[in-house]
Structures are given as C-alpha cells and as structure tokens.
Design a protein around this ligand. Structure first.
Ligand code: SF4
Length: 534
C-alpha cells in the first residue's frame, strides 16, 4: 500500500493541525525497521473514535468476566448499561446454585440530588443491599465521571463496609471515564487494585506439577474453555485466568503459580510484572489464536517445564489436532486464498487474528489498535524511550517490593538458566515485525479514515467492533466483530481455528453484499427543485 496514496486521499483532507497530529499515527510498515508510531495520546476532539472510556476498561474489560464478585457501578445508569455483558464473556459456575453475577447489572443509579448533595450515602446503601441479598465473597465499586467530579470517596466507603461485614472483601476503583486517553488506563487501574486487594491472600498450593496463570484471556465466546481443555489434556493446571471464567478465589491464589502466560499484552502486562517483582514468577508472551501460534505456545510450555513426559503429551496433542485442522483448511483455503482483510480492534486481537488470516492465505492490508501503547506496536524494547505524559502520570504506579516469605528464588534461577539457553522471557516484539512490508499500521483509527480506507482498497472483510459494524456493511463490505465474535466462536486453539476458517469463508464468499445498492447508486433517486412560495 503506497503511503502517498493514503496521504493524498485520506490525511490531507484534514485541517492542517489535525493532519499534523494524525499523520504521526499512520505508518507504512517495515518489519525490518519498525518506525516510531504515535500511540496512547488523546483523540482529537470532533473525531469519531473506536475507543471506550477508562471506566469501560476497568469494569467492562477486566472485572466484567469475574463471576463471583458483585461489580457495582457508582454512577448514572447509562454508564452501567454500557459495560453490562456486551463482550459475551462466558463463564461456568460449579453448579446451578453457585454464584454467578455476570448476568446482572449493579448500579447506584445516581440522580440529580446525588450529584448536588453527594452520593456516598447512596453507595453505602447499595453495598449493604448487595451484601444482604447475595452475601458475596467480594464487592467491587467502580467510579464513573460524575463520581470524580463531585468527589465521592469510593475507597473510604468500601473500607468502611468491608470492616462492617468482616466476611466480604470490598474494594474500589478510581476509574472515572475521563481518567486516561482510552480504556487502557482502566486496565491499569483494575490491575493495580486487584493486585493490592486480592492477589496473595490464599497460599494453598495444589500438588499438580505444572501450574500456570493465563493472563489477558477473557473467554469471549468460550475461547477460555477451549484453552482450559487443551491444557487439561497436556496435564497443565491453570491456577487462575485473568479474567475469563474467573473467580475471586482463583485471583487470591494466583501467586502460587510457577509461570504467567500473557495473551493480551496491553491489558495485563502490569499484573505479570508486579507478580514477578513480588513473588518471582517469570512470564512468557503466548498466543492461542491460530493453529501455528497455538502449537508454538504449547511447545514454549514444554520448554519451560523441561519435563519429558509433559513434552511428549504436548507433542501428541499437537500432532492429533494439526491433522484435523489441516483436513478442514485444505477444503477451505482455495475459497479464501488471495482475499484481503483490515483489522482495527483492541490491543493484541488485531495482531493475533492475523495468524488465522495468514493460514487462510489472506493478506492483511492494514491493522491497528484502539488503545495500545508504542510497545504493543514496536515491541517492549521501546519502553524506556516512551515519554511519560500527564495522562499516564494520572494513573497510580504501585511501588512493588519482594515478598520475602513468598518470593520464589527457585523460579528466578530456572528463568536465568533457560535464558542462558536462549529462551526469551518478559518480552513482546509487537505487531509491526509480523506485518508485511508496505502494509499500513494506524493507531486509534477514526471513522472517517476507516471509510476512506475501505473506499480505496475494498478489503474482502473488515474486522472491528459494534460501533463500526453497520457503517461498514452499508459500504458493501462484511464486518467481523472481534470483540464479541458476532455470536460466533470460540476462535481459540485448534477447534477455534476451524470455526474461524468456516465463518470467514462464509462471509467473504457470500454474494449478498454485492446485491445491496444504495438508492442513489441505482438511479432511482427523486429529482427536486426549490419553488419560491410567495
Ligand atoms: S465516559 Fe464517563 S459518563 Fe461516559 S460511560 Fe464512561 S464513565 Fe460513564
């Protein structure tokens, strides 16, 4: 894709000031030398962005998929509705009677009088009501914009109620929607509070030999279930998933794992870093989206645990599953080969899903994230060079110290020995090194830019979220939602890869989009003229 063309048709239509700002977030890719991209900066006022707010990142993304925490939104009901069950996070309670609060929307439903006279009393009443009705193990309280503006102290209210109950952990989040430039700030705030108030509370250790945490996997459409099943077949225990199908007990116990695996780097790398500092648990970046990526990630686990029996089990699963996937792919690939795609979603999904499109023989013309930072594009090596601006300073950085009683020097020694053999830990190369030369990388794409790109390159399919879906479809291009999967999925692991191949084949080969014509494109539009009425 030629940058000149993008410049001419897309960017230079902006006013000069906007052009200067947006041009820094739009780069032609060179995997050998990834350029510096502008990311995690405020969206320009007036531009229609894909982004969500800080509260949405904290409550909706990170805490939303936990089934036994009552998540109370302190704010107007609109904010609560916004973050209620929109991502299709699935869960599997232990029994019909076990706690599962995911289908509920808890809110203090703030009104004018609460804004004028304060809402803390109402919040405490709401916490009390939730406790009386459900007796949950934990209650989390989320601040919305009005709460920050009037100064309600959700932390003091939570502390008071926790002390009053004695058997229910109550903690708050200062995640007002305006707190950061996107939902990314909310992820960071959520990670901090879960780390501060929950992780490390339960030291019970099961006697399983291989114990890991899976971080940044949210069980959309059942992805987490597929990964659980794969791990079970290999004999690996997932102590805790942050936060798909998760429970407060699993979070409390997560510091007992021997390894952290990161799926979505942006939303959760903070937890892995903090756990390594405090407990000595090393972390690896993995990806279970795509057949090859899944096999590679499983083999990394075998390499880490250095156990012959485990390695043999992993290899047996890989052989068995890859044969099945290949049979399906051989049938589908002739239909999809040579088609094109664009992906603008999340941070990591726009990267991970390129694996599946590559397997289908499809080319990714352009991709980018809604809420990423430079390291998600260029790799973690750029972290020391990222300028910390006022928006990032707004988010609390926890000072983490080694827990002398619980820190595992053994795990750190293991990490050092494996590093000496060339195994890479605590690393992520970013999206750019894996995208084709000349493809386009765009951070925080605007609605206008999206329409221009589609107009110019007519991709066979566009991947984004619900806000873009219908506008893209009206342009005659199928859209696959990668936040909620459009009621499809799961797409993780081998089973998920086959589901994805089938769904994409169906979508890029349907003729329905070419049959739709706007009225003005068919010549049926009415002609009219102004008539002066005296
Ligand atoms: S930006 Fe503020 S008001 Fe809007 S949904 Fe987020 S928290 Fe609520």
């Amino acid at each position: 894709m030629s940058y000149e063309k993008i410049d001419e048709y897309m960017l230079d239509k902006y006013p000069k000031k906007v052009y200067r700002k947006r041009a820094k977030s739009v780069l032609p890719n060179d995997p050998a030398e990834p350029g510096e991209i502008q990311a995690n900066v405020r969206t320009i006022p007036g531009i229609i962005t894909q982004r969500g707010c800080t509260y949405a990142g904290c409550k909706g993304v990170i805490l939303g998929p936990t089934r036994d925490i009552v998540n109370i939104t302190h704010g107007p009901i609109g904010c609560g509705f916004y973050s209620w069950l929109t991502r299709r996070n699935q869960t599997r309670p232990e029994s019909d009677k076990a706690e599962n609060f995911i289908p509920y929307c808890f809110s203090t439903d703030m009104q004018d009088s609460n804004i004028v006279f304060g809402g803390e009393a109402k919040l405490k009443e709401a916490i009390q009501e939730a406790y009386d009705m459900f007796h949950p193990k934990a209650i989390a309280v989320f601040s919305t914009c009005p709460v920050g503006l009037i100064g309600d102290d959700v932390h003091a209210a939570s502390k008071e109620m926790k002390a009053k109950f004695g058997d229910c952990n109550v903690f708050g989040f200062s995640c007002e929607g305006y707190k950061g430039v996107s939902q990314s700030a909310g992820h960071h705030i959520a990670n901090n509070q879960i780390f501060k108030h929950v992780v490390g509370l339960d030291d019970t250790r099961s006697d399983s030999k291989f114990r890991v945490n899976l971080l940044g996997e949210y069980n959309i459409g059942g992805d987490g279930f597929v990964i659980d099943e794969l791990f079970e077949r290999c004999g690996i225990e997932i102590v805790s998933t942050f936060s798909g199908n998760s429970t407060i007990g699993a979070f409390e116990n997560s510091h007992t794992a021997d390894l952290n695996l990161i799926m979505c780097h942006r939303s959760i790398n903070y937890v892995a870093d903090m756990m390594e500092k405090k407990y000595g648990i090393p972390w690896l970046k993995v990806n279970f989206i795509g057949t090859e990526a899944t096999s590679k990630s499983l083999r990394r686990l075998g390499e880490y645990f250095e156990d012959e029996e485990l390695i043999a089990k992993i290899e047996a699963v890989i052989v068995e599953e890859e044969v099945k996937v290949k049979a399906e792919l051989d049938l589908i690939k002739p239909n999809t080969k040579g088609k094109t795609t664009m992906l603008f979603v999340g941070a990591s999904r726009a990267h991970h899903y390129q694996e599946l499109f590559n397997e289908l023989g499809m080319e990714t013309l352009a991709a980018g994230y809604e809420f990423a930072h430079r390291d998600d594009y260029e790799g973690r090596r750029v972290i020391p060079n990222i300028k910390v601006d006022a928006d990032s300073r707004n988010i609390e950085e926890l000072h983490i110290e080694k827990d002398e009683a619980k820190y595992s020097q053994k795990l750190q020694d293991k990490k050092a020995a494996l590093e000496a053999k060339g195994v890479e830990f605590s690393d992520y190369d970013g999206i750019m090194v894996e995208m084709e030369k000349g493809s386009l990388v765009i951070d925080d794409i605007s609605h206008y830019e999206m329409e221009k790109l589609i107009d110019m390159y007519k991709p066979s399919i566009f991947c984004a979220g619900i806000k873009e879906k219908f506008a893209v479809q009206k342009m005659g291009i199928p859209l696959k939602q990668l936040h909620s999967y459009d009621y499809g999925g799961p797409y993780a692991g081998y089973k998920g890869a086959v589901n994805f191949y089938k769904d994409i084949d169906r979508m890029v080969n349907t003729k329905v989009w070419s049959l739709i014509k706007a009225p003005w494109a068919t010549g049926a539009a009415m002609n009219a003229s102004f008539v002066k009425v005296s």
